[in-house]
Design a protein around this ligand. Structure first.
Ligand code: PMP
Ligand code: GLU
Length: 394
């Protein structure tokens, strides 16, 4: 048999999805498992959004649409980008995709190739590094230290820039650390992108989930940076629509045209009636976002305090998203239940096997010494999960 492509051999499977699948298996087996692994709001999609999809199906809106998305949705996205982010785009600058993952993937594929370098602030979301690898470009990791609230030191960023730098993947709030960049910090990053002429893939999927600080789109710092930015966003997090698979990108028309070619030959349009639901999400009432944000904030405060009260464990207070990076370095070399904890993977594996609490090892995010906990879970589950963790490390 001939071998599989080097491209897929280079990739690691998505650890967030793998652990979440393991958690689901445990639940099916009747185990009392608690999931701190996948980042997925535990709230229901607001009713009016569901109704819009049902109505679209009942009206027979079930055929192919334009591959890049229906005009009505592109208009709604332009209005959103104007109102929320102060960005002027026309529908020609928009592509609608299957989750935010697909526009991200297509943006990387459209911009990057062999010989290019892509700056990836680390800890990074699991899929960024792998998406870069798919394009044959080389990820260049800039380590964001915990002491710096997991934000890039701009001096380190400057050091990482070379003539080959094609793009940076930038997000704020950051998955997995919850770090938030200030407008001033972003401005410097934008200036560097313009000065050294590289693109910014700006993943803004957590913009609505901020507890300290406010969201600014990096594309909003002027025409030069906007020309070099692909703004990516989606409905998964803000509207609790993970399973619907709905996202979008805004960028200069040449980039959107390239992404559209990829989409036209791969997935075509995102699901027709989900696009109608997406219109309802953007144009309908927004109160669910604020109530969800407030509940996440309470859970964050509780989780951070409880973790920092457990001897041997610690964490920073994340400013946004719904993740905590828990520092487990003090446990390394210690024996727990007869197993020596050597790294984040052995910790996560033992914890899941012994206590049925699922967390994601920091190694999946390029950050050994940590595990990521999602607080997109009920207060009861958070309390119980952390109680089991405290017991486990005792
Ligand atoms: N970016 C980040 C940082 C994420 O955490 C996620 C969550 N999966 C995504 C993009 C993609 O989300 P989706 O494809 O569900 O829109
Ligand atoms: N973004 C979420 C996470 O990091 C969802 C899973 C995924 O797509 O990676 O857990």
């Amino acid at each position: 048999m001939k071998k599989l492509s080097a491209r897929t051999n280079r990739l690691s499977p998505s650890m967030t999805l793998a652990i979440s699948a393991k958690f689901k298996t445990l639940v099916r087996e009747g185990k009392d498992a608690i999931n701190f692994s996948v980042g997925e709001p535990d709230f229901d999609t607001p009713r009016h959004i569901c109704e819009a999809a049902i109505e679209a199906i009942n009206c027979g809106f079930t055929r192919y649409t334009t591959a890049s998305g229906i005009p009505e949705l592109k208009e709604a996205i332009c209005n959103k980008l104007k109102e929320d982010n102060g960005l002027d785009y026309t529908p020609k600058n928009i592509i609608v995709g299957t989750g935010a993952k697909q526009p991200l993937f297509n943006a990387f594929l459209s911009l990057c190739e062999d010989g290019d370098e892509v700056i990836v602030p680390t800890p990074y979301w699991v899929s960024y590094s792998e998406m870069v690898k798919v394009t044959d470009a080389t990820p260049v990791y800039v380590v964001c230290q915990e002491e710096n609230d997991f934000k890039m030191d701009l001096h380190d960023l400057k050091q990482a820039i070379t003539p080959r730098t094609k793009a940076i993947i930038f997000s704020s709030p950051v998955n997995p650390t919850g770090a938030i960049y200030t407008a001033d910090e972003m401005k410097v990053i934008a200036e560097l992108a313009v000065e050294h002429d590289f693109y910014v893939i700006a993943d803004e999927i957590y913009e609505k989930l901020i507890y300290d600080g406010e969201h600014v789109s990096i594309a909003s710092f002027g025409a030069e940076i906007k020309k070099r930015t692909v703004v990516v966003n989606g409905m998964s997090k803000a509207y609790a629509m993970t399973g619907w698979r709905m996202g979008y990108a805004a960028a200069p028309t040449e980039i959107i045209a390239a992404m559209n070619k990829l989409q036209g030959h791969s997935t075509s349009n995102p699901t027709s009636f989900v696009q109608k639901a997406a219109v309802a999400s953007l144009t309908g009432p927004k109160d669910s976002i604020e109530s969800m944000r407030q509940q996440f904030e309470k859970r964050r405060n509780f989780m951070v305090k409880t973790i920092n009260d457990i001897p041997g464990l610690s964490c920073r207070k994340p400013g946004g998203a719904f993740y905590v990076m828990m520092n487990i370095k003090a446990l390394f070399g210690r024996e727990i239940n007869g197993v020596v904890i050597e790294d984040s993977l052995s910790f996560a594996t033992e914890l899941l096997e012994k206590t049925f609490v699922a967390v994601v090892p920091g190694s999946a995010f390029g950050a050994e010494g940590y595990v990521r906990l999602s607080y997109a879970n009920s207060m009861e589950n958070i309390a119980e999960g952390l109680r089991r963790i405290a017991d486990f490390v005792k």
